[in-house]
Every structure is written in structure tokens, then in C-alpha cells.
Design a protein around this ligand. Sequence first.
Ligand SMILES: Nc1nc2c(ncn2[C@@H]2O[C@H](COP(=O)(O)OP(=O)(O)OP(=O)(O)O)[C@@H](O)[C@H]2O)c(=O)[nH]1
Ligand SMILES: [Mg+2]
Length: 202
Amino acid sequence: MALAITKVESADFVKGVIGTDDVFTDGVPEIAFVGRSNVGKSSLINSLTGRKALVKVGNKPGKTTELNFFSINNKKCYFVDLPGYGYAKATPKQRGKIEKLILWYLMYSGAQPRRVVIILDVKAGLTDFDQEMVCVLCEQGHPYTIVANKVDKLNQKELAAALKGIRAAAGGAEVFPYSTMTERNKAELFAAVVADEHVSDE
Ligand SMILES: Nc1nc2c(ncn2[C@@H]2O[C@H](COP(=O)(O)OP(=O)(O)OP(=O)(O)O)[C@@H](O)[C@H]2O)c(=O)[nH]1
Ligand SMILES: [Mg+2]
């Protein structure tokens, strides 16, 4: 069934989690946001919730090391902001820890996210770990949508070429071009990701 959320009325930080927790199994549907460090995960959550500063943006890349839960409309659903992977300045140990936490969340935490949003920088395309993410999501049967963010950085021709490359690499997955700066097509993205209007499940 589609989530009955057509508009965000409230958005509140609940908690940051790094291991087993009731929040994974409390029956509140989850929408998870994953992607490389700095691609705009937190900006996307701010954009979709219409809050400028619900989640801190950009000031300390690689500093988020927890799974951060936000309650939307008094626990109609959670948005889960995941730590970014592949942060260039992180040590291999820090990077390994974050990758493990993300994989643990998707495979063993007991969470059944309604949808996982994989965010990319449209200029960078799908990286190796993004591809691994796609494989894990397929294996786990978690529905996902790829958002190619920061389209404001490309002209029309560059954008068409970049999206073609991403779609080819993504093997038929839904790829949604977006910019948290212009917020063009926000209503469509909201419908696809939050209201899940394209899903006609049991
Ligand atoms: N040009 C452009 N910049 C963007 C866009 N979205 C986010 N940014 C910028 O990209 C930087 C990173 O944004 P964040 O939202 O903090 O990215 P993140 O993925 O949450 O980063 P981590 O939490 O470090 O993993 C910030 O400087 C944002 O202002 C966009 O659509 N276009
Ligand atoms: Mg962030």
C-alpha cells in the first residue's frame, strides 16, 4: 500500500543508532537515504521535508557515523540519513566501519525499508560501492530509487550524456535527475520516493 503522506507536516530528529535498536522493528515504515559522502543526502532530506536545517549540510563531510532517524508526521514514517561512504580523507579503518554499518543496516538490522534512495553526484555517476549497494538491495529485495543529484552543475547536453551513462550502469533501475538547489520536479520526486505512488503492492 502507498504511504498516506502527501505533505510533510512535521519532521523531527529521533535518534542516531549504531547497532541493534527497537527503532528497526517498531512498525514505522522507513525510507533510507544512502550514497557517497558529499553527494547531497542530507540536502535531499531537507529538500523533501521542506526544512532548511533539519539535517546539517556539508560542514563536516565524513563526520556522520550513525544511522540518523527522523520522524515524519509523527511517526507516519522515518527518514533514515545514513553515513556517507567513500570519503576521500577518511582512513581505511573509518571507511571500513561505515561500509560495515551500512551493510549491517541493509542486511541484518531487521529493518525493512519501504524504499532505499541511492543518491549520486550526477557528474561522478555510479561508483563501485554504489554498484555494490545496488547488488545488495536487489539481493535483499529492498525497493530502491537512484537520484542523480546536482544536475544544476551540468548543461543540457552534458546532463543527457551523464544520465545515459548512469542508466546503462544501473541496469534498468529507476533514475531520477534532481537538484536540491533548484528543486525542479520536487513534487514528482516526492511522489515516487515518499508517497510511493508508483508501487501497487499487496
Ligand atoms: N550544486 C549543488 N550542490 C549541492 C546540491 N545538493 C547538495 N549540494 C552541496 O553538496 C555539499 C554536500 O551536501 P550534503 O547534503 O551535506 O551531502 P551528504 O551526502 O549529506 O554528505 P555527508 O553527510 O558528508 O555524507 C554541500 O555543500 C551542499 O550544499 C545540488 O543539488 N547542487
Ligand atoms: Mg549528510
